[in-house]
Design a protein around this ligand. Sequence first.
Ligand SMILES: Cc1cc2nc3c(=O)[nH]c(=O)nc-3n(C[C@H](O)[C@H](O)[C@H](O)COP(=O)(O)OP(=O)(O)OC[C@H]3O[C@@H](n4cnc5c(N)ncnc54)[C@H](O)[C@@H]3O)c2cc1C
Length: 500
Amino acid sequence: MVTRRATIAGLGALATQLILPSAEAAAQEPPYQLGEWTGDSFTPMHAIRDGLWRAPLSAPERRVDVVVIGGGLAGLAVAALLRDRDVLVLERESDPGGVAKSERWREVDYALGSAYIVDISHPFMELYETLGLAPRPVSEPVDRALSVAAGAGDPREREWRGGYERLKALLRRLGESPDFPKIPIGEATESALALDQLSLHEFLRREQIDAELFGLLDAYSLSALGAPTAEISAYAGVNFLSEINAPIYAFPGGNAAIARALAARISRAGEGRIVTGAAVYAIEPAEGGYARVGWFDARHPKEPRCLEARWTVVAAPYFFAGRILRGVDPAATAQMTRLRQGSYLVANCCFEGPPAALPYDSWALGAQSFSDAISATAVLPAAERPKDHSVLTVYAPFRDPRAGRARLLAGERAAFAAPIVEELRRFMPEAFGKARLAEVRLTRWGHHHLIAAPGIIATMRALPKRFGNVLLAHSDGQGMPAVESAIVEARNAVEIITKG
Ligand SMILES: Cc1cc2nc3c(=O)[nH]c(=O)nc-3n(C[C@H](O)[C@H](O)[C@H](O)COP(=O)(O)OP(=O)(O)OC[C@H]3O[C@@H](n4cnc5c(N)ncnc54)[C@H](O)[C@@H]3O)c2cc1C
């Protein structure tokens, strides 16, 4: 059993996903089922990387008013807001949603990635209401995360209490100030922009936040923004961390509920408007202000297709958009392709038997193979929670994104699942109390997390988001991987298109 002392000593050693299972554990058949991979399908993107992006475009088969590349939250929001026009979404995966997807195990909806929302003020709540969604608060206004360390309870109690309260007071003060580092970044004040030049670590130490809190802060920062506090912009870090002073909200299955509602709205306006399995490999200018979009059916990479659009909205990550945009300022596309992306594993652990009463989000400080775990049923009213099964969504961002991608590509599911399960048993034994782990379902995200490094806000404010009638609208444009960023970027693109 890990003692509290051992846990605190281990806090400096943030090493998510560095451990491999012991040889003994790896050799044995796991005592739980292992589901097939969900998440990114790498083949079409690697076909583009390995040469297709240079291939000439074929003759256009059709013309549309607006084509949206990427059916994540940003792309779906663009298409839903423009549903009265001739709009088409090309999405490379077999389902829309991007990193906001969900699956179901025995009537429990669980997230494959994006889980909760923070901001329900204008204009976000209006969108949720229009979609018929009612965000449910999942934590009290105070102390969102429970930090669990093998029975040690919440380390923010006792000695940490004072430091944690000081952090909250600092964030509250910043939150009430006009200089709060907000989304949209276009509205940032000079003082807020100055934060972007510092790392979150530097800023919090300057504000005399206790060193002992950095175990929690680094884990949070890695999970939410792609790297520990020393490698993250203080602008992005303060914006995200401010959530510890307010309730957060969720839907069963996480933010996939937003994606589903957007997709339903688009489909109601016209069948066939979301084409899945359609990977775009090039966008180039055409006559009359149109753009040509080269794409292929993910199952047939050797049969390129092409369409023309009056407006093209690229709602795919910037690092990738920079590769497929032809005939635009090469300095801009070079900057886009240099943006660093994290890599991520999510393990959904399905339990049979009476569930433990768990808080929404539990942070496992000092754990080597994951950062936190969300109870998929905590969002349900107590009366609606199943009595004999439950799902824990375990988040495992890679500390080294490149090494993470290589391991994800190799795809050894048992080698990923074993250390996570081993550590889950140590850090959250109550989850296993009266229940049996029946199945582990793994999701891999190769490039789905922009790393919000110092200077990211300045970079994203300076990058052009319009090249003639080709617009960029991905959450990357706000420098922070969040639902709110996706919605802001979508609204900006829609405004330009609507004004003509
Ligand atoms: C594991 C994880 C957990 C997260 N948790 C939260 C959270 O709890 N709360 C929160 O606010 N944010 C969270 N985020 C971040 C947030 O969900 C995302 O920033 C947001 O959903 C991104 O939406 P998007 O549309 O901008 O991009 P994406 O979701 O990246 O969508 C881009 C879409 O483009 C498609 N695409 C890419 N290339 C091509 C191509 N060549 N042709 C066709 N289609 C293409 C992709 O398949 C994808 O569907 C999380 C992110 C991850 C990875």
